[in-house]
Design a protein around this ligand. Sequence first.
Ligand SMILES: Cc1ncc(COP(=O)(O)O)c(C=O)c1O
Length: 374
Amino acid sequence: MIKFWSYDREYKKYKKIILKNIDKTINRGNIFFGDQIRNFEKNFIKKYKAKYGIAVGSGTDALLISLKTLNLKPGDEVITAANTAIPTISAIINAGGKPKLVDIREDYLIDVTKIKKAITKKTKAIIPVHLYGQMCDMDSIQKIAKKNKIVIIEDCAQSQGAKFKNKFSGTFGKFGCFSFYPTKILGGYSDGGFILTNDFNSFKKIKRIRFYGIETVEKTKFKNKYYANENGLNSRLDEIQSSILNFKLKKIDDFIRRRKQIAKDYISKLSSTNLKLPLENMNNNHVYHLFTVYHPKANIIKRNLDKLKIHTRTIYPYPIHKMKAYSKIIKNKKNLKNSEKKSRGIFCLPLYPELKKKEINKVCFSLKKILKKI
Ligand SMILES: Cc1ncc(COP(=O)(O)O)c(C=O)c1O
């Protein structure tokens, strides 16, 4: 069986170090806000060349906390792509905003030529989603945002380590939001997230919102642990997860190198087929969180692969406006045709650093055989 994703091989490889770190962390006596989160935050900020940043409970919370700093009023709109993950949208709504969807291009990223049309007097922010490991056209997005005085919050849940014109994802907008969900490029062994920012006041605010609205004086020390300066929430990254992520952060360049190598292998082996392979844009370092292919008969192909015990996933099978939870809120449904078309024909092949050469060969060999028959 070739699993779509699995952490057991990684765990086997690093088990000793991970367990030692966990043991050390518990013995130190801090479950929250100790050395581990402090070190992790410091290393993460340094790695991605940002000024400030905080670790939070999940990628969804990273988006929600960033959006909360905007104090959205009823009717305020936030633009994002129609093919994004559900949490991008739930964060907008839970922060009091209204999602405004824009269609996508052939590379599955927001169509920047269609953003202007979506902007109204109520538009307060835009969330470019760097889906599958590749960044959106940040030159155009920055120009549009500046001209229309709207805030950029980058959704980097799938793009940790990716670059646009040699600059890291998460450092273009006012906030860069990351996820450490286990399948992600930097995956924890539970939930986790991060917010990067270069703005000091925003940094102070996200730090308060992360922990019940309580003011911190320096690092993670609290001015008055039982006094809220504003209404916040509880979104802590615990010490155990911080210790695991801190260790894995040191390995991230190797993880990405291996992901890119696997993608290259898939591309060279599948380029003779009629599958639509991922498009890599110029000036873009694609980190291949996912290897997404398109074929009009995707469902038949997936079923046949499944019979051969090769697991694939469709990320994502429903554009946001097609779901019951959001269909009534989204008004501009007619202009989202490409997102709809792609959602019907995409599927993702197994891709994670521990995937073996013989497994990649088997996926490609089986795919080619199936494609010849259908
Ligand atoms: C594009 C995107 N945004 C946001 C999230 C939310 O991250 P988390 O699962 O850590 O809350 C995800 C994770 O699935 C994602 O893929």
